[in-house]
Design a binder for this molecule. Structure first.
Ligand SMILES: Cc1cc2nc3c(=O)[nH]c(=O)nc-3n(C[C@H](O)[C@H](O)[C@H](O)COP(=O)(O)OP(=O)(O)OC[C@H]3O[C@@H](n4cnc5c(N)ncnc54)[C@H](O)[C@@H]3O)c2cc1C
Length: 305
């Protein structure tokens, strides 16, 4: 990146703009190389100015949420990695008699919002107890579990377009599908609006505990990972196909198909992104040979490969 552009970026964000920042500590997998530039805008105005400048200068950017659904390449990410700062971590409630509308900043951890809703006596998001990451990432992935997904409670979102303009889109325009949305390209989600219904506290607490119990039973603990590696194909489970193909426990360097849940790859030590990717490809090919099903990654591959 040109020195003059670096200086302009620096003058926009000051200390919240850094260079050659290792990204592995910003991901749940704990793998991946550095960001060429790492930017943490704290306000809408800062984000708008940053995005408009990058657009004008044709500099690529990637929006990093909680880093719990991505695999960053060992070479890292060129251009600018944007992580929304503390100014995007908020919730604003408008409570009515039986329901509430709430506007939540995209950097707020999903789990924190779930607990807040339950504590206030509102239902609809308790399925998401235990899903890590930010609300922005959760929205983009249409995060879900145990039969629920965010699409059912999202009313609208606000976001920044590549030219820096702010837009508001209603839920029905977001193209929600299984673990994906069809947002306008390169839109940065800044706020999500929910409509949640009042429910008895004991019902919500029981649902939350049930979600915790199921997670505890089925998911691996102790090693860094990125949740489910592949999406479930229609009518079946990716984990079941991987296990039936005899791949549980398969090792490639520091990466291993979890012994506990075959649709998780765990980082048992110093796994490289290349090792994780090789394991993913081996799984795809083996499952294809045995079942003629091509597993589609749920985890997003980011950076230069
Ligand atoms: C132990 C574990 C368990 C998990 N269990 C589940 C589960 O039960 N259900 C489930 O659905 N997922 C699960 N996941 C996956 C993951 O937690 C979710 O997909 C989560 O919602 C991703 O959010 P994030 O903030 O970490 O997104 P990231 O991983 O940071 O990003 C994911 C994608 O969203 C984009 N993005 C992030 N924020 C924004 C934004 N503000 N605007 C525009 N784009 C954005 C990124 O560019 C990227 O393309 C699990 C992960 C782990 C590690």
């Amino acid at each position: 990146m040109r020195t003059e552009l670096r200086e302009r970026l620096r003058s926009l964000l000051g200390e919240r703009l850094r260079f050659a920042v290792p990204l592995l500590r910003y991901t749940s997998f704990r793998v991946g190389g550095p960001a060429e530039v790492f930017a943490e805008p704290d306000t809408l105005a800062e984000l708008q100015a940053l995005v408009a400048l990058l657009h004008q200068e044709s500099v690529p950017y990637f929006l990093l949420g909680g880093g719990t659904n991505i695999l960053i390449s060992d070479k890292g990410v060129g251009g600018v990695v944007i992580k929304l700062g503390e100014g995007f971590d908020y919730s604003r409630w408008e409570e009515q008699e039986d329901s509430a509308r709430v506007r939540v900043g995209a950097a707020r951890p999903l789990g924190r919002f779930v607990r807040e809703a339950i504590a206030k006596g509102y239902g609809g998001v308790e399925f998401a107890e235990g899903i890590p990451g930010s609300l922005g990432g959760g929205l983009l992935m249409n995060a879900g579990a145990f039969g629920g997904e965010l699409s059912r409670v999202v009313e609208a979102i606000s976001g920044i377009c590549p030219d820096g303009t702010l837009v508001r889109l209603p839920g029905e325009k977001l193209g929600f599908a299984y673990r994906r949305t069809a947002l306008p390209p390169r839109l940065i989600v800044t706020e999500i609006e929910f409509h949640v219904q009042r429910q008895p506290q004991e019902v919500l607490t029981a649902a939350m505990r049930e979600a915790q119990r199921k997670r505890q039973q089925t998911q691996p603990h102790g090693y860094p990972n990125a949740g489910s590696i592949f999406k479930n194909p229609p009518g079946t489970y990716a984990g079941r196909l991987i296990e039936a193909a005899g791949l549980k426990g398969l090792v490639r360097g520091g990466a291993q198909v979890s012994e506990q849940h075959a649709n998780f790859i765990v980082n048992t030590g110093r796994a490289s992104a290349a090792e994780v990717r090789q394991l993913m490809e081996q799984i795809q090919q083996t499952v294809w040979q045995k079942n003629h099903v091509w597993l589609e990654p749920e985890v997003r591959l980011v950076g230069e490969w």
